[in-house]
Design a protein around this ligand. Structure first.
Ligand SMILES: [Zn+2]
Length: 285
């Protein structure tokens, strides 16, 4: 049995504030170790239930998406890291050869009032990312794409806010709540060693119940709307108009598009911040 793991950092056990997930932070190097240990915990639990093959793909956009500690990760796990991966995506390795996806260390969505490190795709640039009229999280985007490949989303670990969000979106998903959010940068924390036991147990239950797990029902077409924190420059507006007509600009800071393919929508959501910041550099996505 083959498991795909998407790992982010904001929802890792012990991680509490933005400074924990950027290179300048006091605990960033510790958080890399906790991140690696949370992945190992999921692998350990899944293996107890019979999973045999694992690929983990890094989703945390700091240090060019190289945050796991390769000396500490389970040596039987393959790791996908760095950027770009053949386009604007952090789910490049996800395909229909996997029996299930697990989301480790994921975070709540932009617009969620609580949620440690809550954002969708861009922490600094996006006020909210809506899909079909409601704020959407990265985990929901990934689960929708996975479902289009026939791959169920079996487990999420993170704070109580993201776990509750995913439990609504994917009925039957196993959740590993490793902290309770008190705000975007405060929480009631379970220390990593104990949290990793919670993750391992949830991963074991997740693999044991894969057969009964339904795919999330979120059919396209998908209408995306990204509300930026700052207005687009004239240069960015010109780039959208002349080179990227698949996007529609509403007002001076809202970018919209529609498509049936969730992976393409995710790539558009990822490239929107680059188009806003450096429109000349963006050739394709
Ligand atoms: Zn992240």
């Amino acid at each position: 049995m083959r498991i795909y793991i998407s790992v982010d950092m904001e929802g890792i056990s012990g991680v509490t504030r933005w400074q924990d997930v950027v290179a300048s932070g006091q605990d960033y190097q510790r958080a890399r170790s906790w991140m690696t240990a949370d992945v190992n915990a999921a692998v350990t639990g899944a293996r107890r239930a019979g999973a045999t093959s694992f690929v983990v793909e890094e989703n945390h956009g700091v240090e060019m998406l190289c945050n796991l500690l390769l000396d500490e990760i389970d040596p039987e796990v393959d790791v996908v890291r760095g950027l770009p991966r053949g386009g604007a995506t952090t789910i490049a390795a996800l395909d229909d050869t996997f029996d299930a996806m697990m989301l480790i260390g994921h975070h709540a969505a932009a617009g969620d009032v609580l949620g440690i490190g809550a954002h969708t795709v861009s922490y600094t640039d996006y006020k909210v990312v809506r899909c079909n009229g409601r704020p959407i999280s990265e985990g929901e985007i990934f689960a929708t794409y996975a479902a289009s490949l026939g791959v169920p989303t079996a487990l999420i670990s993170g704070d109580d806010i993201v776990c509750e969000r995913m439990a609504t979106f994917v009925p039957g998903i196993e959740i590993a709540v490793v902290k309770r959010a008190l705000s975007h940068e405060a929480g009631w924390i379970i220390p990593p060693v104990r949290a990793q036991r919670v993750i391992a147990d949830a991963a074991e239950r997740a693999v044991l119940s894969i057969e009964e797990l339904a795919l999330p029902q979120f059919p396209g077409p998908y209408s995306f709307e990204i509300e930026l924190r700052k207005p687009l420059s004239d240069e960015a507006l010109h780039a959208y108009e002349t080179r990227f007509p698949e996007f529609t600009i509403v007002g001076d800071r809202t970018v919209t598009w529609q498509d049936d393919d969730m992976h393409l929508c995710y790539r558009r959501a990822a490239i929107t911040s680059f188009l806003a910041a450096s429109p000349k550099l963006v050739r394709r996505y």
